[in-house]
Design a protein around this ligand. Structure first.
Ligand code: MEV
Length: 312
């Protein structure tokens, strides 16, 4: 175990297109939000103390040895120790995050990835993105039940990814960087509940849902082409189409639709909800000429917070 303190971090994420249908094997695209991060620090502690976990945002402090198998932070930590074949170190793992919880920006996955990175580094190994992704995926299963794997993948690689469940991700090189505004709806959302609700509806009318998922998959493919070619206006139109389909599967809310309308009305090139829905955030694609107006429109339409991020 390293005698110095070690700090590592992990980004948040946005699903650009393809949420929900990605759970059913259709492609989706996610991008990191590098300016909003989770941080993990490991400080050495006295001999025999074991690993103490301090999750500042959750106001939790506990010893790894006392945590149950279903504790996400403990699970990630145990998986890293198992992977490195290392005994539990005498240390304090402190976690904190800029990312709002239950807002679709990957806060749980990001904290897990930061913790895994910091623990690996403290034990002398910079863990690869593949391992970070695997560990984070296991943690995501506790948070979400049936995750597709897209969130842990984009956060572990911290690059835009074109993702199909069960296959290696394609890291996308973005031809023309673009700006997104992320606006919070003010409604906390549960990914687990939203994914379970979509599954319940899919089981009732699989034929209908499969057609919608196919359409969303086609949008993800077209968006991949737009990102590789730098056709940002086309991307905007595709985001709009994606939102209409997400409305059809019942995961948007009027509050989110209002924010999206406000963004489009103020000149956004495209806007949609992002993540599991039933609350959380919407994204708006903007350029230099429209950023200020769209931000103002989102705020006056009731978004309690608006962030800005560049992609690519
Ligand atoms: C959550 O960020 C994205 C969903 O598609 C769930 C998943 O892919 O696991 C809603």
């Amino acid at each position: 175990m390293n005698a110095e303190s070690i700090e590592r971090s992990a980004s948040g994420k946005i699903i650009l297109c393809g949420e929900h249908s990605v759970v059913y094997g259709r492609p989706a695209i996610a991008v990191p939000v590098s300016t909003m991060r989770a941080y993990a620090r490991i400080d050495p502690a006295c001999k025999g103390s074991g690993l103490q976990i301090h999750a500042l945002d959750l106001q939790q402090e506990f010893a790894l040895k006392d945590a149950g198998d279903d504790d996400p932070l403990a699970l990630g930590t145990r998986l890293v120790l198992e992977h490195l074949n290392a005994p539990e170190p005498d240390a304090i793992l402190t976690l904190k995050s800029d990312l709002p919880i239950a807002a679709g920006l990957g806060s749980g996955a990001s904290v897990a990835a930061a913790a895994a990175r910091a623990l690996g580094a403290a034990l002398g190994t910079e863990l690869s993105p593949e391992i970070i992704s695997e560990v984070t995926y296991e943690v995501e299963k506790i948070h979400h039940g049936n995750p597709s794997g897209i969130d842990n993948t984009v956060i572990a690689w911290e690059k835009p990814v074109y993702f199909v469940r069960g296959t290696a991700p394609e890291i996308l090189s973005i031809h023309t960087p673009f700006r997104l505004l992320i606006a919070y709806s003010g409604i906390a959302s549960s990914t687990r509940a939203a994914v379970a609700e979509v599954r319940r509806r899919w089981e009732m009318t699989p034929g209908y849902y499969d057609v919608v998922f196919d359409c969303i998959g086609a949008i993800s493919k077209a968006s991949r082409a737009a990102l590789l070619q730098g056709t940002i206006r086309t991307l905007g139109a595709l985001l709009n189409e994606n939102h209409e389909l997400l409305m059809k599967i019942g995961v948007s809310l009027p509050r989110m639709d209002n924010l999206i309308q406000a963004a489009r009305g103020a000149g956004a090139l495209g806007a949609k909800m992002t993540g599991s829905g039933h609350g959380g955030n919407i994204i708006a694609l903007v350029d230099d000429a429209t950023t200020a107006a769209v931000k103002a429109a989102l705020t006056s339409a009731g978004a309690p917070r608006v962030w800005e991020t560049m992609v690519g």
